[in-house]
Design a protein around this ligand. Structure first.
Ligand code: NAP
Length: 252
């Protein structure tokens, strides 16, 4: 796969899918800005990248806060060069059935996923359009198709798909592609938290989930990182505005 070394930003990269994606993009030759809420929490990801001979910095940013996003992106451009790869991965869940879901549960999820992706993309797009190259990957979810207990999260993840398609339309003429990845069940702290909420051991939860997936296993963060690697490569330039379900089987 052809990949020119660039500066990449991955949000929510202290752990889970974001950490695996940061490691993969560094292995692809990119300098990586590892963003998470707590700068110190990014150290493990940054250390793994630098130990493998890559280049990375930790940047503490709450993606839902405009001032922090703008300052963080300015620092990244200064220290690593113009960012032309952006992976909007930061995410939270605040699951509950609709009748018990609070306004705070709703707002918190919208703010991190949708407002966060909007603010990050807005701050980074000026670098991409100036460079006449950009790769944006937004994390959606199979929950966009509807999922019990996730009215807030499924609405946000469906929103990520519309946001992605609009970015593809607006930014295509500047050499910028935008795609969404909609993961199915991926083994991370987020799915461990869901197991805890429903009162099942994580081991049983994983085994039960695997049985319902055509390839008969749950996903790993590296499955998503590999898809990001392709979508951010030079040769993926004609793939834009797509939602790729990475779920071990078809979804509709
Ligand atoms: P995770 O293990 O919970 O990691 C999410 C990361 O995002 C955490 O490090 C978290 O920081 C960070 N974060 C949360 N709010 C943030 C904010 N405002 N600003 C910056 N960083 C923030 O989650 P994951 O399972 O890797 O999921 C990553 C993405 O994939 C999410 O968008 C998720 O919705 C999506 N996804 C996951 C699955 C799955 O099965 N795991 C399936 C479909 C889609 P803290 O630790 O400080 O909270």
């Amino acid at each position: 796969m052809t990949t020119t070394p660039r500066t990449a930003i991955v949000t929510g990269a202290a752990r889970g899918i974001g950490a695996a994606t940061a490691l993969r993009l560094a292995a692809d030759g990119h300098a990586v800005a590892v963003i998470d809420l707590d700068e110190e929490a990014c150290a493990a990801t940054v250390d793994q990248i630098t130990a493998a001979g890559g280049r990375a910095i930790a940047v503490g940013v709450d993606v839902s806060q405009a001032d922090q996003v703008e300052a963080g992106v300015a620092r990244i451009a200064d220290e690593l060069g113009a960012p032309t790869i952006l992976v909007n991965n930061a995410g939270i869940i605040r699951d509950n059935l609709l009748f018990k879901m609070t306004q705070d549960d709703w707002d918190a999820v919208m703010n991190v996923h949708l407002r966060g992706a909007f603010l990050m993309t807005k701050a980074v797009q000026a670098h991409m359009t100036a460079e006449k190259f950009g790769r944006i990957v937004n994390l959606s979810s199979t929950s966009a198709l509807g999922n019990r207990g996730q009215a807030n999260y499924s609405a946000a993840k469906a929103g990520m798909q519309g946001f992605t398609k609009t970015l593809a339309i607006e930014l295509g003429k500047f050499g910028v592609t935008a795609n969404a990845i909609a993961p199915g069940f991926i083994q991370t702290d987020m799915t461990a938290a869901t197991a805890e909420r429903v009162g099942v051991s994580f081991e049983d939860f994983l085994a039960h989930a695997a049985k319902a997936i055509p390839v008969q296993r749950v996903g790993q963060p590296e499955d998503i990182a590999a898809t990001v690697s392709f979508l951010t490569s030079d040769e993926a330039g004609f793939v834009s505005g797509q939602v790729i379900y990475v779920a071990g089987g078809p979804k509709d």
